[in-house]
Design a protein around this ligand. Structure first.
Ligand SMILES: Nc1nc2c(c(=O)[nH]1)N[C@H]1C(S)=C(S)[C@@H](COP(=O)(O)OP(=O)(O)OC[C@H]3O[C@@H](n4cnc5c(=O)[nH]c(N)nc54)[C@H](O)[C@@H]3O)O[C@H]1N2
Ligand SMILES: Nc1nc2c(c(=O)[nH]1)N[C@H]1C(S)=C(S)[C@@H](COP(=O)(O)OP(=O)(O)OC[C@H]3O[C@@H](n4cnc5c(=O)[nH]c(N)nc54)[C@H](O)[C@@H]3O)O[C@H]1N2
Ligand code: SF4
Ligand SMILES: [Mo]
Length: 735
């Protein structure tokens, strides 16, 4: 695959501005032992090791360079589909995660009750013996199926094997119920296939891109930013719907500053225009879809004139943008979004976008959604795990039946004893997710934790979750370890390898080692029948005609491809839905008691003097996981709250001033710096997520900025699949 983007373009689009460019200087300032990031001497000894990035969970592949045996730089791998050879600011700052002096250094065992951070240092053997005993006790008293694994990150796969071997299927990732779950279910219901990660969006070939919320550029997933940049360079027409003037809005032909929470009305009105004005792809709709007549009937009421007072978008703008989409179809992409858990009707809202895409004929077509291929790499053979008697579903009978994965917030609820429920979760293994900041309503998370018999946290940093754990296990950073092969869908079936570039610091260990040795202590060694990770990887790679030696040289490899990326003209397609067609009308939803066609329902309005709390991403940070990174804190040390100029004037608030935010349940935030701006609507305030840490052991992030999560007390649960909408809170100011 050719490199097609230049660095300047990437920086411009990704909203990094000078911050991104200043990173080299940051590297120079931080570590006395850091070599100059400039040109090394000709005699220098340069080595490189393949990796894939863990600074967020997008796993861009790259190379870790060492100069004369010392860490030098991390750059992208040119043939990688996740990054196109361009890592984002955070990926470039991976060495900061390795060199962070606040890292966890040794296993810890709690010596006083939860709530106090009093631990004793332990050997790995002592920590494993403690965990194994507790897990045996839980299995005897409550059954092994009352333990759950929360995981977000590469090493999680080894803990999944461990948990299944132990006898539980309660494996959950916050990236489902707290991120993209509604999107995956909406597309499954409509097309019989999910979007998955990386997204199957063919943005680099799009002629028109519609972004609802998706703030690409601030959301810096590399492939997305790179392809978005290429679409702009090709002259694509961008329509951005966002109550805030985002970086993407600044690159757009149309910015629609929608009233928050009303995107469903806009989508239904766009569908109305496309149907009524006969702008849809008739041949595609006739051949591939079912339910068009019912859809036509259902959207009759959603005229642009109806949508105007709801969304605050003028009828002529709704018509014009609908026509713009149709003009470029099928190379028009109504982006499916990623973090879509907003207002509780999220599966239906995303489905409205999916239906719009079907009318434009963009699924399976160039510039719309491509058909991805995934490398088929056989598993290392292990014995079958025992079948658990119960799963998380038994803790919430009759609810969220269309959820295809376990719900993090649901498992949290099932940990709090409730009258009438005899199945409670008693143990949590938490790998690479800081649940205190990740799950909304942190008080509920703490209530759940206080009801556990065992909480084990496997992390690289003393994040808040480790402060509540009974046992803390220090993993080494991704730069110090092997992990499983990266297998992800894309235009080409690709695999990528991560190898250790450096020796693990302190007494930290890789996930594979921790899981394998804990399994041994628990008498479950049969699920880890390999001697070490090299043997495991060698066996898997050999089955696809590769080897560790080859992957060490390549980093990323394309495997043979079976499916083309687009439908052939007139091709007969059997979709994975019950009807075999794209379902504009969903019989499945109707059967489960939900609307078969999305319908508008209004959301709550803010009380007087309150503003809707909206949030997004900092281009220089990943959630809270980088808030303590020595390199990135030099670029962005804290978050700011964006307040509309007129509102700030009413309150007498100025840029640079520190204020507190208070939600309608009287929870108040840390002090946070104000940014007064025209770039947000007067009915909202905006912050980036991932700040406001209250963990003293993370010295650079402690008390910096405010936490969005801390202010989220009123969630809205998606009745279809249990996604947890977190845009339901309003805040006012304490000046
Ligand atoms: N308020 C609010 N909440 C949100 C969101 C939001 O926008 N606002 N976003 C939601 C979304 S979209 C998502 S995907 C989730 C993400 O949520 P999480 O994935 O939980 O993200 P973090 O809070 O950054 O937690 C990552 C944890 O992993 C640790 N870690 C980092 N690298 C490693 C490693 O190599 N090994 C191990 N073992 N640990 C590691 C970090 O130290 C940190 O404790 O949060 C969701 N929650
Ligand atoms: N730099 C960086 N990049 C990241 C991450 C990171 O932590 N840091 N995290 C990654 C992850 S896991 C995810 S899930 C994605 C999340 O990134 P996205 O999927 O892009 O997240 P959204 O929540 O859609 O986007 C937030 C935007 O939605 C707007 N918004 C708020 N309310 C509304 C509304 O009612 N209607 C509309 N139309 N817009 C609204 C906000 O103003 C903001 O601009 O980012 C990924 N990329
Ligand atoms: S998007 Fe950035 S932080 Fe995430 S994996 Fe890629 S380079 Fe790393
Ligand atoms: Mo996410």
């Amino acid at each position: 695959m050719k490199k097609t983007f230049d660095r300047r373009e990437f920086i411009k689009i990704s909203g990094m501005g000078l911050g991104g460019l200043a990173l080299g200087a940051g590297l120079l300032n931080y570590s006395e032992s850091s070599p100059s990031p400039g040109h090394p001497a000709l005699t220098a000894n340069i080595t490189r090791t393949p990796t894939y990035c863990e600074m967020c969970t997008f796993k861009c592949a790259g190379w870790v360079y060492q100069l004369d045996g010392k860490p030098w730089k991390i750059i992208g791998n040119d043939i990688d589909q996740h990054s196109y050879g361009r890592l984002c600011t955070k990926g470039s700052a991976g060495i900061g995660a390795y060199s962070d002096p606040d890292r966890l250094k040794t296993p810890l065992i709690r010596t006083e009750e939860r709530g106090k951070q009093v631990f004793k240092e332990a050997t790995w053997d002592e920590a494993f013996a403690y965990i194994a005993k507790k897990l045996r006790d839980i299995a005897e008293k409550h059954g092994p199926d009352s333990v759950a694994l929360f995981t977000h990150g590469s090493g999680g796969s080894f803990f999944k094997t461990l948990l299944k071997g132990y006898g539980s299927a309660n494996i959950t990732a916050p990236s489902y119920a707290n991120c993209r779950g509604p999107r995956e279910e909406a597309y499954l219901l409509t097309y019989g296939e999910a979007i998955n990660s990386p997204e199957r969006t063919d943005m680099k070939n799009s002629k028109c891109i519609v972004l609802l919320g998706s703030h690409i550029g601030e959301n810096t997933h590399s492939a997305q930013v790179n392809e978005f940049a290429q679409a702009i360079r090709n002259g694509a027409s961008i329509i951005t719907v966002d109550p805030r003037f985002s970086v993407a809005a600044g690159k757009s032909k149309y910015w629609l500053p929608i009233k928050p929470g009303t995107d469903m009305a806009l989508l239904l009105s766009w569908i109305h225009v496309i149907v009524e004005e006969n702008l849809y792809d008739r041949a595609y709709v006739e051949k591939y879809t079912t339910g068009f007549d019912k859809l036509k009937q259902a959207v009759k009421q959603y005229t642009p004139e109806w949508a105007y007072p709801v969304t605050s978008i003028k009828p002529e703008v709704i018509r014009e943008t609908a026509r713009e989409m149709a003009k470029h179809a099928p190379a028009t992409l109504v982006h499916p979004g990623r973090h879509v858990v907003w207002y509780g009707d999220d599966t239906q809202r995303v489905r409205a976008g999916a239906i719009l895409n079907a009318l434009l004929g963009s699924w399976g077509r160039k510039g719309g959604f491509y058909i991805p291929s995934e490398a088929e790499v056989p598993e290392y053979p292990i014995p079958h795990a025992p079948k658990p008697k119960r799963t998380w579903r038994d803790a919430m009978p009759g609810k969220f039946e269309l959820a295809n994965l376990a719900l993090s917030s649901g498992i949290c609820d099932a940990t709090i004893p409730t009258q009438g429920r005899d199945y409670n979760i008693k143990g949590w293994l938490v790998y690479g997710t800081n649940l205190i900041h990740t799950l909304p309503d942190p008080q509920k998370t703490l209530d759940a934790i206080q009801n556990l018999d065992l909480l084990v946290a496997i992390d690289i940093l003393p994040a808040e979750i480790t402060g509540w754990a009974d046992v803390v296990l220090p993993e080494c950073t991704y730069l110090e370890r092997y992990d499983d092969i990266r297998i992800s869908p894309g235009r080409e079936p690709q695999i990528a390898l991560r190898m250790p570039a450096f020796k693990p610091k302190y007494d930290s260990k890789p996930a594979w080692w921790i899981a394998k040795n804990l399994a041994k202590k628990m008498g479950l060694e049969q699920y880890f029948p390999w001697n070490d990770i090299e043997e495991y990887l060698e066996v898997r790679l050999e089955k696809v005609g590769s080897s560790l030696a080859e992957m060490q040289k390549l980093g990323v490899k394309d495997l043979p491809k079976a499916t083309p990326n687009y439908f052939a003209p007139g091709e007969d397609i059997e979709f994975g839905t019950d009807s075999g067609k794209i379902e504009l009308y969903s019989q499945t939803l109707e059967n489960y008691g939900h609307d078969p066609i999305p319908r508008f329902t209004p959301h709550e309005e803010p009380p007087d003097g309150y503003y809707r709390l909206l949030y997004g991403r900092s281009p220089s940070h990943s959630f809270g996981r980088t808030a303590n990174n020595p390199l990135l804190t030099q670029l962005v040390p804290e978050n700011e709250v964006w307040i509309n100029t007129n509102i700030a004037r009413e309150w007498g608030i100025k840029t640079g001033q520190y204020i507190k935010l208070i939600n309608e349940d009287n929870t108040s935030s840390n002090k946070v710096r104000v940014k007064v701006t025209e770039r947000v609507r007067p009915d909202i305030v905006f912050m980036v997520h991932g700040f406001g840490h209250n963990q003293k052991k993370m010295k650079r992030s402690f008390n910096k900025g405010a936490s969005v999560t801390h202010l989220i007390s009123r969630t809205k649960t998606d009745p279809i699949m249990g996604g947890v909408g977190i845009r339901g809170n309003f805040v006012t100011f304490e000046v």
